[in-house]
Design a protein around this ligand. Structure first.
Ligand SMILES: Nc1ncnc2c1ncn2[C@@H]1O[C@H](COP(=O)(O)OP(=O)(O)OP(=O)(O)O)[C@@H](O)[C@H]1O
Ligand SMILES: [Mg+2]
Length: 312
């Protein structure tokens, strides 16, 4: 039951470890869905909504703060932040310390952050020692992206030279969840690639077949049937690998053969707007950018804002 993300502190991996690869991302999403009762999944959605409301509509502020924290964790000359406004999406790219496994688990979990240890009497003790400390530490700030999007994308060059490319809130998660909840093996297999089927086959053992797992067993209990479950599925705990990588993101990360001037960025967050809310999302971002830049006070950074949506 979400065990990989709720593991005790003693099993938290080293801070610099790379995030999961495609197979592990799929396996974690599959198992976390399969072994969590529906009413706990909707409970997680409630917690996710609460975290989002706690951060408020400060989307740029939180994204800039995370970029800034990555930069001060890896002080090197020539740090860059790029904000790209397109008619249908916001892209924020930054240099700095690369996204780690702990960071990824923080983005897909709730109230856990590699930036801080929670102190017994409240408050946080920053883990990163240095002249400039991280601003974040609560492990909820990223949730504010859900004000703008149903399907945030996180793409990164990771420690050790790997690549991460995931989408949260993928429509495939809902399809997967519906098939798992109905214990419908045929429908399930129809949704999966050969590689994903191999992962499924390893997880569904003769001792623990599909129909005995928490999701199908508890469907309908505590008033949470399939419709309620699918309407109230949390977004951030269930990443799926992103295929294909959006062109601009690939370019910014140096994955397309056309790396930007100054070299590939380390991390890209891309937020596709809700189709009916594009204009208001763009306005919200434009209104917030100036104030959000304050996150970089005292940090040497080159900030570029490209508003390509004005004419679009
Ligand atoms: N641009 C980025 N580059 C590298 N790592 C990042 C980036 N954005 C987020 N992360 C990782 O994701 C984690 C979760 O981010 P999130 O904003 O949700 O929480 P936080 O920054 O730890 O705390 P707070 O809730 O106070 O903002 C961060 O701790 C960091 O490890
Ligand atoms: Mg943060």
């Amino acid at each position: 039951m979400l065990s990989s993300k709720d593991s005790p502190a003693s099993s938290i991996p080293p801070l610099g470890e790379a995030p999961p690869d495609e197979e592990e991302v799929f396996r974690n999403t599959l198992v976390d869905l399969l072994d969590t009762p529906p009413h706990m999944l909707t409970g997680l959605r409630f917690a996710e909504d609460t975290a989002r409301q706690t951060t408020g509509e400060r989307v740029m502020g939180e994204l800039f703060q995370n970029a800034r924290d990555a930069m001060v964790s890896s002080p090197a000359p020539g740090m860059r932040l790029l904000v790209l406004l397109e008619p249908d999406a916001l892209t924020v790219a930054n240099d700095g310390a690369r996204l780690t496994r702990s960071g990824f688990e923080s983005l897909t979990g709730l109230c856990r952050s590699p930036k801080a240890h929670r102190l017994a009497g409240g408050g946080f003790r920053p883990l990163v020692q240095g002249a400039i400390r991280p601003m974040g530490g609560q492990g909820i700030g990223f949730k504010c992206v859900l004000f703008l999007t149903d399907s945030p994308q996180i793409l990164a060059n990771t420690p050790g030279g790997g690549r991460l490319s995931v989408e949260l809130g993928s429509p495939r998660v809902k399809q997967l969840c519906a098939a798992l909840a109905r214990a419908d093996g045929d429908a399930l297999r129809g949704l999966l690639t050969a590689a994903e089927q191999a992962v499924l086959d390893r997880e569904l053992t003769p001792e623990r077949p599909l129909q005995t797992r928490s999701l199908p067993v508890h469907l309908g209990s505590r008033g949470v049937g399939l419709d309620e479950l699918l309407n109230q599925l949390p977004v951030t705990p269930f990443p799926m690998w992103l295929h294909p990588v959006p062109d601009r993101a690939a370019e910014l990360l140096g994955w397309s053969g056309h790396a930007p001037e100054g070299g590939p960025f380390d991390t890209v967050v891309r937020l596709p707007f809700r189709p009916g809310q594009r204009a208001q999302s763009l306005e919200l971002i434009r209104d917030e950018i100036m104030a959000a830049r304050q996150a970089f006070l005292g940090v040497r950074v080159k900030i570029t804002v490209r508003d390509e949506a004005r004419s679009g």
